[in-house]
Ligand binder design. Structure first.
Ligand code: DAH
Length: 336
């Protein structure tokens, strides 16, 4: 029996277990009820007590060896399977699906739309390529009024790239009857020298409210509410009188940024105040041009610069950073 045990031990040593079916073959051959190991133990029972002492030890060693080998191979093969037995190496790092994020300008637009929705404003949009009448004429810009020069733009034959979203006011007044409350976000273009503060295209959100007895007080309160919602309660604002051909009276609204840091000083040109929008009571000429009777209706309008708000809200110092698509900037807005 000793020899047999030695022989089997040798066989075990040389066994080649490459895959699961080899392993199963091994188990059936040595470890199953009808396998070699059981047969050996049966044979062992027949030995006399002297022999038992010697053979017992080596038979147990053989048993341990077989079981150990089986366990090792079993766990090796299981691991291999987990790691992709069929040519797929699942230990490789997974392909990194980078979830995108909304552009900061879009985040700001969404926030503005939410705020004005809550005041009952509807949303509308118009074309970026406009004719002279929608961009200037219907907004009370006389043919050779110098105000046109303030909004130099890109001309394509008889058309212009719109210089402001006020052109959408015109389209909406043509389409609807008062009362109307609308906001109109979009991209606008100007022939500007590009710098950290101005670009040849930027974004505005236009607003109008036309009804009976709309006053400047409604305008101020609406804009005041928007600023508190957007920048937080207690944000200070001021109105300065201004000029736009399509509003009378006209104003610009500044918000208080502060003048403690060099950054704030640069942004506000040393004043602490930053202009964020133009506004006013819609000029009667504009109402008439668009078929609305100024003796019955009045309205206010405003145009907010969205790029400025975005730069302010997220401390972006250069307007051009909004358009270079640098992922180092964009990825900071994940989950915002
Ligand atoms: N369209 C003006 C601009 O781009 C901004 C503006 C001023 C819009 C007054 C308005 C307004 O609706 O009432 O500079």
């Amino acid at each position: 029996m000793e020899d047999k045990i030695k022989h089997i031990a040798q066989e075990i040593e040389n066994s080649q277990i490459q895959n699961k079916s080899d392993l199963e073959e091994f188990r059936l051959k040595y470890l199953s009820r009808k396998g070699i190991l059981n047969a050996m133990f049966e044979e062992f029972k027949q030995c006399d007590s002297n022999q038992k002492k010697i053979v017992g030890k080596s038979l147990n060693e053989l048993k341990n060896k077989i079981e150990e080998l089986y366990d090792i191979k079993n766990s090796e093969l299981n691991n291999e399977e987990d790691n992709g037995d069929n040519g797929i190496d699942t230990t490789l790092p997974v392909y990194n699906f980078q979830p995108g994020s909304l552009h900061p300008l879009k985040l700001v637009e969404d926030k503005l739309v939410d705020i004005f929705y809550s005041l009952g404003f509807d949303l509308s949009q118009g074309p970026e390529i406009e004719d002279d009448w929608h961009n200037f004429g219907a907004l009370n810009f006389a043919e050779d009024h110098p105000a046109r020069d303030m909004q130099d733009t890109f001309f394509i034959n008889q058309h212009v790239l719109r210089t402001h979203t006020s052109s959408v006011q015109v389209r909406e007044m043509q389409k609807r009857k008062p009362p109307m409350r609308l906001i109109m976000p979009g991209r606008v273009y100007r022939n500007e020298a590009v710098s950290s503060r101005s670009n040849c295209f930027f974004h505005q959100i236009e607003g109008i409210y036309i009804d009976e007895k709309v006053t400047f007080a409604d305008l101020k309160q609406t804009l005041y509410y928007f600023v508190q919602q957007f920048f937080g309660q207690g944000t200070k604002v001021r109105f300065r009188s201004s000029y736009f051909p399509f509003t009378e009276p006209s104003a610009e609204m500044d918000i208080w940024v502060g003048c403690d840091t060099p950054e704030q000083l640069r942004l506000t040109k040393g004043t602490g105040w930053l202009e964020v929008l133009g506004c006013g009571m819609i000029h009667p000429n504009v109402l008439v041009s668009n078929g609305i009777d100024p003796s019955q209706f009045s309205g206010f309008a405003f145009g907010i610069g969205m790029d400025r708000l975005t730069m302010l809200k997220y401390s972006i110092n250069d307007i051009r950073d909004l358009f270079t698509n640098d992922v180092r900037l964009l990825s900071q807005f994940k989950g915002v």
